[in-house]
Write a protein that binds this ligand. Structure first.
Ligand SMILES: Nc1ncnc2c1ncn2[C@@H]1O[C@H](COP(=O)(O)OP(=O)(O)OP(=O)(O)O)[C@@H](O)[C@H]1O
Ligand SMILES: [Mg+2]
Length: 281
């Protein structure tokens, strides 16, 4: 109970019956969700379900066409991503905006570099950036051998972790992550989920986009399922099991149908297979 107790326990961010159209295409229809301090809200859905559209609204990139978008209980329309950042909403996109050849510390401070000295003697405070990056990463439990190495040499998972640590350091209240584990293997996904949980424990409200119900169920407190732009389910941790979440994601009956279609029919014997050889001998 850190950030939660400062304010009324209301959501940091809330979407209430939000819809979004691209021309005639309904990308989102009547979607509601809540993001609370110290909690992870997972948004699950298949390709084209509207997940990215949803986070683009929260990140200030797109505006909703209907419904209400509330920050700290106040109805809002964000003008742009800078506006969202100023309100404490940090978004980590899947294709992280990093400069691969620049050192980790340089990327950590990209766009918000501290300076030292005044007037003509003003220069980048490199020492501060190096030290802060090292200590902030350590605080999140990330032990990089060298913060001077180009960020491009880090693994995908490590890069996600640096981006999360950066958002925490710059004082984000809400952290939005677009499929941070989509391109990662089992082990690296686990590492990233650990830092997502660390951000939650630091009191941030987290929005985790994923199409992996296992990842969602491991860390999530709330779950919103999207299907072709509409909400097909909304749960809290105690009213849904992993099996149920997986079933809803896969669309139970669709999965059964698929399993029928994929059922093996006895294959005709091909020449060269063991059955054919035996016959020949
Ligand atoms: N700028 C756009 N103009 C027109 N249609 C769009 C635009 N962006 C998205 N769409 C459409 O809106 C729907 C939802 O797209 P969105 O990118 O939000 O899905 P998603 O859940 O993020 O999918 P994925 O898992 O593939 O990333 C899709 O049908 C998509 O084609
Ligand atoms: Mg997407």
């Amino acid at each position: 109970m850190t950030a939660t107790s400062e304010k009324s326990a209301g959501p940091l961010v809330e979407l209430d019956d939000v819809s979004k159209f691209y021309g005639n295409i309904k990308a989102l229809e009547h979607v509601s969700l809540e993001v609370h301090a110290g909690e992870i809200t997972c948004v699950l859905g298949d390709n084209g379900a509207g997940k990215s559209t949803l986070i683009k609204i929260i990140a200030g990139l797109h505006r909703h066409d209907a419904g209400r978008f509330l920050i700290d209980g106040e109805e809002t329309t964000l003008a742009n991503p800078r506006d969202a950042l100023d309100r404490g909403i940090a978004t980590v996109y899947q294709d992280l905006a990093v400069v691969p050849l620049m050192p980790v510390w340089r990327n950590f401070f990209l766009g918000s570099e501290p300076t030292t000295g005044v007037g003509p003697f003003k220069r980048l405070d490199v020492r501060k950036m190096r030290e802060t990056t090292r200590t902030e990463l350590l605080r999140m439990g990330i032990d990089l051998r060298d913060v001077d190495q180009p960020i491009g040499t880090l693994s995908g998972g490590e890069r996600q972790c640096v981006a999360i640590a950066r958002a925490v350091y710059f004082g984000a209240k809400v952290l939005v992550l677009d499929e941070p584990t989509a391109a990662l293997g089992v082990k690296q996904s686990g590492v990233v989920l650990k830092y997502v949980a660390a951000a939650r424990d630091a009191g941030l409200g987290v929005v985790l986009i994923t199409h992996n119900p296992h990842h969602a169920h491991l860390v999530g407190d709330r779950f919103v399922l999207l299907k072709r732009g509409a909400m097909s389910g909304s749960h809290t941790k105690d009213d849904v099991t992993l099996d149920e979440l997986t079933r809803q994601m896969a669309g139970g009956s669709e999965l059964e149908e698929l399993s029928h279609e994929l059922e093996r029919t006895p294959a005709p014997t091909l020449p060269g297979t063991s059955a054919a050889t035996e016959e020949g001998s």
